[in-house]
Design a protein around this ligand. Structure first.
Ligand code: PEP
Length: 254
């Protein structure tokens, strides 16, 4: 059985004080919930705060990006060798990185390779834009992102991918459970074609306007292994509810 992940992407939000408060609230609410991995991904300056506040708890810390080089003249970038001291997870290839910061399938691939080699756990994000969906190109786009994102990589057991349709991120316009389930099935089939049996252990999350009101619809789908959440992860009660509902849905799966 695949252990689902609920990961909170705080994006460029929070302050030092509110990061600490959010970590404390989440920790208190989710520590008793088993059967789901909980991850919070604060902005870089607050990673140490999160690590310290969550020490000894079941909540893991992730970063929102990583560079592929170990060190050097890359102003503003953060390397895997720096992150490995602080976090367990790292989001790679989020559509906002692709749209505003020049991430490409090729650089996403380099980031994933470097992160894995360093012992970090990537959450590889893929997703089609609205125009691509309307043009009937969803499958082609996603499979390309998966194929190039994972090229020359030996996919480890339990690897995480997040399917995040770009039109659903931060819009309040989530996909439906069955739609996301079907698309995630296509992604898993591509991982199986590329990497074989390990695909059955790969956790594929849904992301895009997930809230406590709709999370159960996604969590109970057979192909969906949790969620990557932006807005609804910035409130402790709401994140706790996402974790609780995901654990309940996972326990009810055959
Ligand atoms: C995200 O940031 O990955 C995301 C899915 O955001 P939201 O939940 O706000 O749509």
């Amino acid at each position: 059985m695949r252990i689902p992940i609920v990961a909170g992407n705080w994006k460029m939000n929070t302050t030092a004080a509110s990061s600490a408060e959010l970590c404390d609230g989440i920790r208190k609410g989710v520590d008793g919930i088993s059967g789901v991995e909980k991850v919070v991904c604060p902005p870089f300056p607050f990673l140490f705060i999160a690590r310290d506040r969550l020490k000894g708890s079941s909540v893991k810390v992730g970063a929102q990006n990583v560079h592929w080089a170990e060190k050097g003249a890359y102003t503003g970038a953060v390397s895997y060798s720096m992150l490995v001291e602080v976090v367990e997870y790292v989001i790679i290839g989020h559509s906002e990185r692709r749209a505003y910061h020049g991430d490409t399938d090729e650089t996403v691939n380099r980031r994933v390779a470097a992160a894995l080699a360093a012992g970090l756990k990537p959450i590889l994000c893929v997703g089609e834009r609205e125009s691509e969906r309307e043009a009937g190109r969803t499958e082609e786009v996603l499979l390309r992102q998966v194929r190039i994102g994972l090229q020359r990589i030996q996919v480890p057991e339990g690897f995480a991918i997040a399917y995040e349709p770009v039109w659903a991120i931060g819009t309040g316009k989530a996909a439906t459970g069955p739609m996301a389930n079907e698309t995630i099935g296509l992604i898993r089939a591509e991982v199986a074609r590329l990497s074989g049996a390990v695909a059955q252990s790969v956790r594929i999350l849904y992301g895009g306007s997930v809230t406590p009101d709709n999370v159960a619809e996604f969590a109970r789908q057979p192909e969906i292994d949790g969620s990557l959440v932006g807005g609804a992860s910035l409130n402790a009660d709401s994140f706790i509810s996402l974790v609780r509902q995901t654990a309940e849905a996972a326990a009810a799966k055959p």
